[in-house]
Design a protein around this ligand. Sequence first.
Ligand SMILES: Nc1ncnc2c1ncn2[C@@H]1O[C@H](COP(=O)(O)OP(=O)(O)OP(=O)(O)O)[C@@H](O)[C@H]1O
Ligand SMILES: [Mg+2]
Length: 256
Amino acid sequence: MALLQLQHVTKRFGGLVAVNNFSTELQAGELCALIGPNGSGKTTIFNLITGIYRPTEGEIWFDGHNITGRRPDQITRLGIARTFQNIRLFSGLDVLGNVMVGQHLRLKSDPASAVLRLPHYLREERAMRDRAQELLEALNLAHLAHEKATALPYGQQRKLEIARALASNPKLLLLDEPAAGMNTAEAEELMAFIQHILERFELTIFLIEHQMRVVMGICPRIIVIDYGEIIAEGPPATIQSDPRVIEAYLGVGTYA
Ligand SMILES: Nc1ncnc2c1ncn2[C@@H]1O[C@H](COP(=O)(O)OP(=O)(O)OP(=O)(O)O)[C@@H](O)[C@H]1O
Ligand SMILES: [Mg+2]
């Protein structure tokens, strides 16, 4: 059975149809890209999967659960983590602290135990710190553990966001334009990093990207949307030569 299924999902904002009858499946272990021009509905699809928005029509299933209309925290707990199009790091915390925030929803102790610093809370906190450190080591970010997160170079901040998402131990990772604002070399390095974590953490990854060439080298399957509808789906070679894809991109002038 597929890990993630979207079945005829539609999202309307007033008169605007942001996502229109969108259906797809992601199998466990897959790395799949979602591409499309500005405003084509990519982020809205992530917001529907993570429970920020409720679909106007259709159903979303994850790991055997119907998650349509569930709260974001419930969905996170089932094993879906994400990053955002605009970096969202805690400026008051160091790198390690930012990763620990990502683990927080897994903490078993109640808030009162945390305030009273009861022994079982302190044990949990120590375990969290150790795990965050391990995660940074696995991602080759350990040398940055005590740097202020927002003082890092842009590319490292993007990786830290991914590390924080991984801290909740997800089965499915949603990455919203992680290579935005990067040059070609930086984007290539980030894609290698994404490939590495896919294998290292036995993940399934759904990756939003604006430009096809960035994901062509690592994503065996690409879904292209325009005006909230799938216009093409398949391996990079097929997508690249699809007349509807070329037209959609030529229309906004971003396809190189
Ligand atoms: N909360 C909202 N209320 C009203 N309209 C919205 C809302 N969220 C998104 N939209 C609209 O839905 C459409 C799809 O937006 P979305 O952010 O999903 O596009 P996108 O493909 O992620 O674009 P970009 O490449 O610019 O990030 C746009 O027309 C957008 O203005
Ligand atoms: Mg977007």
